[in-house]
Design a protein around this ligand. Structure first.
Ligand SMILES: NC(=O)c1ccc[n+]([C@@H]2O[C@H](COP(=O)([O-])OP(=O)(O)OC[C@H]3O[C@@H](n4cnc5c(N)ncnc54)[C@H](OP(=O)(O)O)[C@@H]3O)[C@@H](O)[C@H]2O)c1
Length: 287
């Protein structure tokens, strides 16, 4: 793909042969009508993927907004369920049957018939719960409830543990906090070596570094906004960014990242901003 070709139509290939949209809408910390509205605005603007979770308590609103869009006059391209990628995540790792039931509940809650990508939200809970929960994801895939399995907030040792357990299905994705202020090179390198796609959460650094002098000066250089610079950095690093906004102009802005390309020297300058900034939680080192 040419460097400038990133758009909402871009897709990222996965190790299991499937693919998913490369830019996805995050809906963390949104609820009720706010979620419905954000998902609808995003779909109308060309987004084809939504990142939800059991913990966000908005699977139902996300799923309904997707179905409402598909059956509405706004669906001018005649899109179908399979054209929209929906992610959810297991709130807590547990014994096999508890995890398996929780996945079934998510499928019911979102109302979409199946979930495209289902992640173990974190490595918390210890080895046994992690591996049993993974087995529940594998069986949900075998039963057609889930298409793709992955993990989130997994550090290298958790990924290694999962790979060493010789799972029937390998994790296709690890969703972690990654942005120039927390580059997570050890996790990223391990994922790339093992064909695991890195989904970058908090790609906008939760709006905490929009006024950082380097971000401001590079935004001027590339004639883009700080948010666009951050999303573009994520894409050029090979990640799948999940920018979150509930505002129409920002939802559109965050996806308009195809008109420029960050030079390698500036990518490296941005890499150098790493300060291990954690905007939410950091389970990557837990036992
Ligand atoms: N797996 C995990 O443990 C985990 C943890 C955290 C997040 N996530 C996922 O990743 C997604 C993104 O992360 P995040 O929501 O924490 O943070 P983020 O996307 O980095 O930043 C969101 C913040 O930036 C603001 N914003 C959005 N667009 C902007 C723009 N163009 N200019 C200025 N400010 C802008 C938003 O406000 P407005 O909404 O008011 O625009 C919001 O305050 C989440 O929604 C969720 O789906 C996953």
């Amino acid at each position: 793909m040419a460097q400038n070709a990133f758009s909402l139509a871009s897709r990222t290939k996965l190790s299991n042969g499937l693919s998913m949209p490369t830019i996805q809408l995050g809906v963390y910390l949104t609820s009720g009508r706010e979620t419905s509205r954000a998902v609808r605005l995003a779909l109308e603007s060309g987004y084809r993927a939504v990142d939800s979770a059991q913990m966000y308590d908005n699977e139902a609103e996300s799923g309904k907004a997707i179905l409402d869009f598909l059956s509405s006059g706004a669906n001018v391209d005649g899109l179908k369920r399979e054209d929209i990628h929906f992610t959810s995540k297991l709130a807590s790792n547990s014994a096999y049957s508890t995890a398996r039931d929780a996945i079934k509940r998510s499928v019911k809650e979102c109302g979409l018939g199946y979930i495209d990508l289902f992640l173990l939200h974190s490595p918390y809970g210890g080895r046994e719960a992690r591996l049993e929960s993974w087995r529940a994801v594998e069986d949900a895939i075998a039963d057609g409830e889930v298409r793709i399995g992955g993990v989130s907030n997994y550090g290298v040792k958790h990924l290694q543990e999962l790979l060493d357990s010789k799972p029937k299905i390998l994790p296709a994705v690890n969703q972690v906090e990654v942005h120039p202020f927390n580059t997570r090179t050890d996790i990223v390198e391990f994922c790339h070596k093992n064909d695991i796609v890195v989904e970058a959460y908090a790609p906008l650094v939760r709006a905490l570094r929009m006024k950082h002098p380097t971000i401001v000066s590079l935004s001027k250089k590339y004639q883009c906004t700080p948010a666009q610079l951050l999303v573009r950095w994520s894409l050029q690093k090979g990640y799948v960014p999940l920018p979150k906004s509930v505002k129409k102009e920002r939802i559109i802005e965050n996806s308009q990242v195809g008109g420029f390309s960050i030079e390698q020297v500036d990518i490296e300058k941005m890499d150098g901003l790493d300060e291990y900034l954690v905007t939410d939680w950091d389970p990557t080192n837990c036992s």
